[in-house]
Design a binder for this molecule. Structure first.
Ligand SMILES: NC(=O)c1ccc[n+]([C@@H]2O[C@H](COP(=O)([O-])OP(=O)(O)OC[C@H]3O[C@@H](n4cnc5c(N)ncnc54)[C@H](OP(=O)(O)O)[C@@H]3O)[C@@H](O)[C@H]2O)c1
Length: 260
């Protein structure tokens, strides 16, 4: 009988992480690598990706870094092709790349803000997932796994997170609709929905004057720390979640139980 920890093993799985040059994606690359995955890291800041790959390889993992701009369809296609060439067919895609546009309301943003956030956070998830599905079909594997990084702003938010919160609401819904449609290809689609973690995406809010009051609204009275996400990302990336599709796992210290 295999050990219970084998359930979450990613040994010999090829896992792509977008937006792996900083923040959550950078952290996930280490967690997934330690679980045995061959990780393929994508982002625009190539130097940061290179440094992370070196760290992972030094720690005994298999890692490759590739330039990726998720706003560019050609870049996505080239990235996925090269990712497949690196280790073979991709087992898991973590759609993590994301941006926000500052503390702005719907009345403050302009067309450029809208496009910047929606193209990066939303359209890219569809584009990457569609291209990945094409690869799965081409390889005749009938097996794939997509993990979208959404946010608790998909349902609960504070003023000034427009259009970020709108994009995440749509990513969560996209996860569910794609799960319905992707099952015929043998692809599972789930989402991880973090609460608030200090990164470049959340910095504007978490370093603002309202931050201390905001944190008091989290039942566990603290921001998330990257390792708080390890169990959830391992569950979704591994076969431990093999009968899960269309699920959204919230990791937020109870924040969504309270009034944000
Ligand atoms: N921090 C939080 O509290 C929180 C909460 C819930 C959800 N999230 C989500 O977690 C994900 C990661 O964000 P983070 O908080 O870790 O912030 P972060 O440190 O700013 O990371 C964002 C990542 O996305 C990448 N990225 C942005 N635009 C890109 C593009 N056009 N092409 C390729 N990569 C791009 C960035 O890399 P390059 O700049 O090098 O391209 C970076 O690696 C996002 O989807 C975010 O919405 C964060």
């Amino acid at each position: 009988m295999s050990a219970i920890s084998d359930l979450f093993s990613l040994k010999d799985k090829n896992v792509v992480i977008t937006g792996a040059s900083s923040g959550l994606g950078h952290h996930f690359s280490g967690v997934l690598s330690r679980a045995g995955a061959n990780v393929i890291l994508g982002a625009r800041r190539e130097e940061k990706i290179r440094e992370r790959v070196e760290e992972l390889v030094e720690a005994g993992g298999q890692a490759t870094g590739l330039r990726l701009d998720v706003r560019d369809a050609n870049s996505i296609d080239a990235f996925l092709e090269q990712a497949e060439q690196a280790y073979g067919p991709i087992d898991v895609i973590i759609n993590n790349a994301g941006v926000e546009s500052g503390a702005k309301t719907y009345a403050m943003i302009d067309e450029e803000d809208w496009d910047f956030v929606m193209e990066t956070n939303l359209r890219s998830v569809w584009r990457i997932s569609k291209a990945y599905t094409g690869q799965v079909v081409k390889n005749g594997r009938k097996q794939g796994n997509i993990v979208n990084i959404t946010s608790i702003t998909d349902t609960r938010t504070v003023k000034g997170q427009f259009p970020y919160a709108v994009s995440k609401g749509a990513v969560t819904r996209m996860t569910q609709v794609m799960a319905l449609e992707a099952a015929r290809f043998g692809i599972r689609v789930n989402a991880l929905s973090p609460g608030y973690f200090m990164t470049d995406v959340s910095r504007v809010l978490l370093e603002s004057a309202i931050a201390p009051e905001f944190v008091k609204g989290i039942p566990m009275r603290r921001l998330g720390e990257f390792p708080d996400l390890d169990g959830a990302i391992l569950l979704l990336a591994s076969d431990a979640s093999r009968y899960m599709s269309g699920s959204v796992i919230v990791v937020d210290g109870g924040h969504t139980c309270a009034s944000l």
